[in-house]
Ligand binder design. Structure first.
Ligand code: PMP
Length: 391
């Protein structure tokens, strides 16, 4: 049975029913392949190009700068591996942030095996990259810097404009995984000179299994998957038309609702943060106090495990997360929290709440009603807390 109070929008979002309506005909009546030369093919080609235009508009890009992929993981792979493969002659060094999503870390490991060198720039206690530290990591052979727009885990938003300014005019390419930020902070590639940008459909209430990569004009990348040459030869495979039409509809809805929606979500976030820190002793906010996503509240609680909290909340019908869903199967503490300087036990005591389109004020009330009691009960069972209380 699904949770009564769903506060894990970062892990997964429902598809907006308006998006489902837009997608529906593309499963049945309109099933043409855009590569076909008959009328059904033409219809699909028209829809493909119109969808590309709408997704481009969402981030201020041109239509020919958008490539559809199977999701954010693939977009990150295409951006990083595709870029370094194509530009190897110019250099063999890339820089990523310590706090990057696990997919970026693992892509970096994969290219290290191919002989590329990877440097990691540290973050401060709030998870923010220091522009000065980044400057020091850049060497003559650096060709690519990859810094996520915001952390999907602790919600910290990076100083993307300043980072872009540091790189500007130095012949380096900037990639940003914008999955956590899309729909929550304005993204306009006309204003911020980012060259490669990863987007995901589900993060704007579109269907899963679809993403996009923005590739600025004049930035050259190599395909990473040989095949039929769709998507300008950069991403082969028959286009997933229902999902593509869905992502375009999701982008339109998001663009029109975002200005009011982010204020509503930020209000829930702030009420939750204030309520938790005010009512629960020895609770702390992870991530930046101000430069954070409007829908994210991430806490740690001394002397208890986030997982025990999560399970107790689950018993009360509340769905939350201890961090990135992509890393939930490992017993390791979150690398993002460790990169902020937290000890292993502090990182293990963390809990993430993320609000979204169907969140209601009563969701905050319910958490504030049950969480203080849960924390108190778990601490009363914790030998760690007894020791701390006596100290
Ligand atoms: N980047 C970020 C910041 C993410 O949060 C995620 C997971 N939602 C991904 C990349 C990978 O996305 P997917 O699993 O949809 O490929």
């Amino acid at each position: 049975m699904p949770a009564q109070v769903y506060l894990d929008y970062q892990s997964s979002k429902p598809v907006d029913p308006r998006v489902v309506d837009a997608m529906r005909p593309w499963f049945t009546e309109r099933f043409g392949n855009p590569s076909s030369l008959h009328l059904d093919g033409d219809e699909a080609t028209d829809a493909l190009e119109r969808s590309r235009e709408r997704v481009a508009q969402f981030i201020g890009a041109n239509k020919d700068e958008i490539i559809f992929t199977s999701g954010a993981t693939e977009s990150n792979n295409l951006a990083i591996i595709g870029y370094v493969t194509r530009n190897r002659k110019r250099g063999d060094h890339i820089v990523i942030a310590e706090s990057e999503h696990i997919s970026v870390h693992n892509i970096a490991k994969a290219i290290e095996k191919q002989g590329f060198k990877v440097s990691k720039v540290g973050v401060d206690q709030y998870g923010r990259v220091s522009v000065e530290k980044l400057r020091k990591k850049i060497i003559d052979t650096t060709i690519l810097v990859s810094i996520g727009w915001a952390s999907s885990e602790i919600g910290t938003v990076q100083p993307v404009q300043e980072i872009a300014d540091v790189l500007h005019g130095r012949g380096m390419t900037l990639h940003s995984d914008a999955v956590a930020a899309e729909g929550l902070v304005p993204i306009d590639v006309r204003k911020v000179p980012i060259d490669l940008l990863t987007l995901s459909s589900n993060d704007i209430y579109g269907p899963k299994g679809l993403g996009a990569l923005y590739i600025r004009r004049n930035v050259n990348i190599a395909p990473i998957m040989p095949g039929g040459g769709q998507e300008r030869g950069l991403r082969s495979g028959t286009e997933a038309m229902p999902a593509i039409v869905g992502m375009a509809a999701a982008a339109d809805i998001m663009a029109s609702e975002m200005p009011t929606e982010v204020l509503r979500l930020a209000h829930y976030r702030d009420r939750l943060i204030e309520g938790v820190l005010g009512r629960i002793p020895k609770s702390h906010l992870n991530g930046h106090p101000r430069e954070r996503l409007p829908n994210n509240a991430h806490f740690r609680f001394d002397a208890i495990e986030g997982e025990s909290l999560l399970l107790s909340l689950k018993d009360k019908g509340i769905a939350v997360s201890t961090g990135s869903a992509c890393s939930s199967k490992t017993l390791e503490p979150s690398h993002t929290l460790i990169s902020c300087g937290l000890l292993h036990e502090e990182a293990h005591g963390s809990l993430e709440f993320t609000f979204g389109r169907w969140s209601r004020p009563t969701d905050v009330d319910r958490v504030l009603e049950v969480l203080p009691g849960i924390v108190e009960r778990l601490r009363s069972l914790s030998p760690l807390y007894e020791k701390e209380a006596k100290a």
